[in-house]
Write a protein that binds this ligand. Sequence first.
Ligand SMILES: [Zn+2]
Ligand SMILES: [Zn+2]
Length: 340
Amino acid sequence: MGRTYKAVQVTKPGKLDFVERPVVEPGFGQVRLRVEACGVCHTDAFTVEGGFPGLTFPRVPGHEVIGTIEAVGPGVQGWKQGQRVGIGYMGGHCGHCISCRRGDFVNCQNQPISGVHSDGGYAETMIAQASGLAAIPGDLLPTEAAPLLCAGLTTFNGLRNSKARPGDLVAIQGVGGLGHLGIQFARRMGFKVAAIARGAEKEGLARKLGAHHYIDSIAQDPVAALQALGGARLILATAANSKSMSPLLGGLAPRGQLVVAGAGGNDPIEVNPIPLLFGTRAIEGTMTGSSLDAEDTLSFSSLQQVRPIIETLPLASAAEAYGRMMRNEARFRIVLVTGQ
Ligand SMILES: [Zn+2]
Ligand SMILES: [Zn+2]
């Protein structure tokens, strides 16, 4: 191991620099990973463009990180050197705040966000809190596992924590980075799956991924289409476009839920209270998940053959990868490969 490592850091908003840094030893409760792969996620924009509360520069983005443990800090139990692990957006819960004491680790009040409050995975090595680690099943490639830690976990938890039950109509809005995984999870969880996207070109892929129905929101009104299918018990909204979510409420069955998994822009979701009242429908958000939720996502993906569709680029091409993702050119997730 060298005494330095290569990383891609945001030195000032909008600028990704390829730099060499001194290797850091893990502190109490931490491990150091030798990074193998890191997904490029739309949420990285909060780091690259700046503006996230508590963010300081320079900062290394990246929160879909797969690597092997190369150094274990003091006070770490249950993890060992050489083990392949992942760390996602939630960088590890503290274990002592009110939320943690209630077992609600996602809402830990002292949790660093990987790549925002601490340096993330656009790098050859990364320091991670042991409480944020997930074990990786042996049959998943690092490049396949990386997007499952954020895009995968978000849709997996959004589906399994909803009130929908096997056989219910579940609609996945958006066939992109999140949606293409959401369709696979929903199908394999036993739901009746409708994919909603703009235009006809994604229909073939959506059906191949497991959608029973495809709703082209340009050619037809998605509300009418969902109601014709009996109304959705759950609509998982993955598009980074709040305005497109507002009209979908009318497509819910009574007691249906609109679960918001994507965010983008500053537009609010506009809500007509009438369908909320008459039919007791609900809107709620879903936030990735805990480290054990991440492990559940990976285990389910291994068991049920759920895989992200990825493109890979070397770490040195991080700026290009980020640009492609932001221009919506990624099909469907770009993963940075490190150390090859
Ligand atoms: Zn993400
Ligand atoms: Zn906590």
